[in-house]
Design a protein around this ligand. Structure first.
Ligand SMILES: [Zn+2]
Length: 334
């Protein structure tokens, strides 16, 4: 706590600066802007496919043509970036759909970059959606005990990021939480000549119950066990700083904290400690809870959404990844 001198009542009256909207805006310390927004989108094969995700009203799995339509609307509304996830037709134990040259994400990236060259296309780099077992790495089972292999997984992650960059992705965003993956990805991108492709690492990603609705969206629920051997324990803040430090040393250009609202202390410490461009991912349940309560008439959807995002910014977020991005961009224009 700093010890700046503070005026004392009655000479100092904080309410003086709260008297009108214009005055309040003038002294506002934090401002939301559409320039900060990223809209996550889910790509799957087919044509004219819009498969609704029951627990996330307004969110769909989209075939490339529909995804382009959705991205176009978002871009027109002022959302500068999308984050792509893929749902492949087939899954296996090597996640081959993740790094296939003609994989669903690679197709979607090429289409978006061709039709909307100014839209920033960020790709989620992970293996879980493409693995038959739903884990983010290669699984090795011995004596009935399954392990997620770290080092063997790095090669596949690097290959996936490389194929996204080859397809034209502007930014790659590894979300797997394997140790050393940012370095492996940076080396592969550089080897392929993509020295200018930035990495946005999901640096502090917690094993969170707030991901529940997403698993339906990405069809990535693990078939056995959970992700606690690689995603972080919700109890740990110092460890989150070490994770971020590691990713920065390995070449991350931007770092992310996920989830957002229940982890504002982490966001604040990450931004204060490192000063790097910092993203907050307002995850599926953060979105679904607001939608559900609003549908019941219990809360004001717009006010709660904007206040939540403002809180993330105040805590230190520069970039806001939210399923509500299009609505937010429209609201900010009004
Ligand atoms: Zn994953």
């Amino acid at each position: 706590m700093s010890l700046h001198p503070v005026g004392l009542f009655p000479a100092y009256r904080p309410r003086r600066l709260r008297q009108s909207p214009a005055l309040r805006r003038m002294v506002s310390e934090t401002r939301l802007s559409a320039a900060q927004l990223v809209l996550p989108l889910f790509a799957r094969s087919g044509r004219r496919v819009r498969r609704p995700i029951a627990a996330m009203p307004g969110v769909f799995q989209l075939s490339p043509d529909e995804l382009l339509r959705e991205a176009t609307l978002a871009h027109k509304a002022g959302v500068p970036a999308v984050l792509l996830f893929g749902i492949p037709d087939r899954k296996d134990t090597r996640a081959s759909g993740a790094y296939a040259a003609n994989g669903i994400v690679q197709q979607a990236v090429r289409l978006l970059k061709k039709e909307l060259p100014d839209l920033l296309v960020i790709t989620d780099v992970c293996l879980c959606e493409y693995m038959s077992h739903g884990h983010c790495g290669i699984v090795h089972t011995e004596h009935g005990r399954a392990q997620i292999l770290n080092d063997a997984t790095l090669k596949l992650l690097a290959r996936t990021a490389g194929s996204h960059a080859e397809a034209g992705a502007d930014i790659v965003a590894p979300s797997d939480m394997m140790d050393g993956r940012v370095r492996a990805i940076r080396e592969e991108l550089d080897r392929l000549g993509h020295t200018d492709t930035p990495i946005l690492s999901y640096a502090a990603k917690f094993a969170s119950a707030f991901y529940g609705p997403f698993r339906e969206a990405a069809e990535s629920t693990p078939k056995f066990g959970d992700r606690r051997s690689y995603q972080m324990d919700a109890a740990n803040a110092s460890e989150a700083l070490r994770e971020v430090a590691m990713d920065i040393q390995e070449g991350a250009d931007m770092v992310m904290v996920k989830p957002a609202l229940a982890y504002l202390d982490i966001l604040h410490r990450v931004k204060t400690e490192f000063g790097y461009p910092t993203a907050a991912y307002a995850v599926s349940a953060e979105y679904s809870m607001v939608k559900a309560a609003a549908a019941n008439g219990w809360i004001d959807e717009r006010a709660v959404t904007l206040e939540s995002l403002l809180a993330m910014c105040r805590a230190g977020a520069d970039i806001l990844i939210t399923y509500a991005a299009v609505d937010v961009a429209k609201w900010l224009k009004e």
